[in-house]
Design a protein around this ligand. Structure first.
Ligand code: PMP
Length: 322
């Protein structure tokens, strides 16, 4: 689908996967005027194809558009196009346990111009790719590096948008995490480096002394759709989640007092990723003896059960495409 000032968003079409042509001066290449989303389609045991809360992704895409000064997409129409696309390519949705079809909608500014201001022409593309199981050897806890030097996002910046620049801001810290043998980065707030924000591609939850806590959406955290679903599910189970500020000192204190019972990340890729270890300031905090906690496991099983149609979907989160 394309955008220009005269026609607005127009010409939705399904074409075979192939390279696209861009002018070397296309504004997206220089100033990162781009936004994206990530969601999945699942094949059920009886052969149906389900999408998980796709309207949430399109709503968030438009929130990102607003922040990056990209014209809003017509959400209802795009949802229909998306359903048609997945129904057309339904053979690409894999069937094996844990697999899915990853869907990557994204928008790029195509106008050739070296000025720094919003473009007048855009392209909206959706690419599809079958993906294997995130846990081929079963769900297992990951190690997380807590980043003290670099910042991903600041309040008033682009942290709440899903835009390229946020991810390039994270490479340096990701390199540090890898060098220390940890798989992802936990970001602290960009002002005081004191409050916990989120993990590289996940939101984060803690169970401390029986209380389930996640950082409140404060204007620099990505509002994850898995995060939102987990909060709704836990509420339904009579286990309310405290959405509040949580400082790194509170986390370290809980660890010392042995009240840090569980920690896990939430996101489209891993669904639930138990955290077995935090590395902070040269110290290691081992959580739950590096084992998957009961809460993480129950959330993982329930959410993947709903997504793949194995469990009844009491929330109406899945949409049948075929
Ligand atoms: N935070 C960041 C920075 C992310 O890239 C993602 C992945 N989209 C998430 C959180 C989790 O969001 P969601 O649950 O919508 O995948």
């Amino acid at each position: 689908m394309d955008f220009d000032l005269e026609n607005g968003w127009h010409s939705p079409r399904i074409v075979p996967y192939a390279p696209i042509q861009l002018d070397p001066a296309a504004m997206t290449l220089h100033y990162s005027q781009t936004v994206f989303e990530g969601l999945k389609a699942y094949r059920t045991e009886d052969g149906r194809i389900l999408l998980f809360r796709p309207e949430q992704n399109l709503e968030r895409l438009n929130q990102s558009n607003t922040r990056i000064s990209i014209p809003p997409i017509p959400e209802k129409d795009v949802l229909e196009y998306l359903k048609q696309l997945i129904a057309t390519d339904h053979d690409w949705v894999p069937a094996a346990e844990g697999t899915s079809l990853y869907i990557r909608p994204f928008i790029i500014a195509t106008e050739p111009n070296l000025r720094v201001s919003p473009a007048n022409t855009y392209k909206f593309l959706i690419i599809l790719s079958p993906v294997g199981s995130y846990y081929p050897e079963g769900i297992h806890p990951v190690g997380i590096h807590i980043e003290e030097e670099y910042t991903r996002a600041v309040r008033g910046g682009t942290g709440t948008a899903k835009t390229g620049g946020n991810y390039s801001a994270s490479y340096k810290a990701q390199e540090k995490a890898s060098a220390h043998g940890q798989s992802q980065v936990l970001w602290l707030d960009g002002v005081e480096k004191k409050y916990i924000e989120e993990v590289g591609s996940m939101n984060v939850f803690f169970k401390i002394n029986g209380e389930i806590v996640t950082p409140a959406l404060n204007g620099s955290i990505l509002p994850g759709i898995t995060r939102k679903s987990i909060i709704e599910m836990l509420h339904d189970w009579g286990m309310p989640v405290a959405e509040r500020r949580i400082s790194i000192d509170e986390l370290c204190q809980a660890y010392k007092e042995n009240t840090l019972e569980e920690a896990f990340g939430t996101g489209t890729a891993a669904v639930i990723s138990p955290i077995g270890e935090f590395a902070y300031n040269g110290e290691q905090m081992i959580i739950n003896e590096r084992k998957t906690g009961g809460l993480s496991k129950k959330l993982y099983d329930t959410l993947t059960g709903i997504q793949t149609g194995k469990l009844n979907d009491p929330y109406g989160w899945t949409i049948e495409v075929k």
